[in-house]
Design a protein around this ligand. Structure first.
Ligand code: THU
Length: 149
């Protein structure tokens, strides 16, 4: 049982996922906050999709990197998230861990099992904090709540 859990815990390439997000960071469009964010989401299929934050002169029209990455995956027919990594910082400098906002956590919830979905807050391939959606969004509301009698 313990060994099974271990295999599940290490069954994806963290460095590759982080690399994909870091490589995307230059595309962030954040002329108003100057806070650049990129996300790479790994789906159960093994495919990775990326996204960046895209701001707007009409501020509320802006969207976060995580939701762009997830929307990208869903548009390609994928609906089960395995893990996501987020990188970012002021002017694109990766000096601190960038946590997902509340709205993004709720969107992650739509397409994952909270206890199984891994969230990697990363500065680099060698410097990241790994957590789960369950830890960042406890007692969450999800699709099952709407179909329960
Ligand atoms: N941002 C993200 O892209 N993801 C988050 O989870 C936190 C915030 C973006 C939104 C906005 O463009 C900028 O960072 C400052 O809030």
């Amino acid at each position: 049982m313990d060994s099974e859990k271990k295999i599940n815990d290490f069954d994806f390439d963290r460095a590759e996922l982080i690399r994909r997000a870091v490589n995307q960071l230059g595309s962030a469009y954040a002329p108003y906050s100057n806070f650049h964010v990129a996300a790479a989401v790994l789906m159960e299929s093994g495919n990775i999709y990326t996204g960046v934050n895209v701001e707007n002169a009409s501020f509320p029209a802006g969207i976060c990197a995580e939701r762009n990455a997830i929307s990208h995956a869903v548009a390609c027919g994928e609906q089960r998230i395995k893990a996501i990594t987020i990188v970012g910082g002021k002017h694109g400098c990766r000096t601190h861990f960038c946590a997902p906002c509340g709205i993004c956590r709720q969107v992650m919830r739509e397409f994952s099992h909270p206890s199984e979905m891994k969230i990697l807050l990363a500065v680099s391939e060698d410097d990241f904090r790994e957590t789960t959606l369950e830890e960042l969004l406890p007692d969450s509301f999800g699709p099952e709540d709407l179909i329960r009698d």
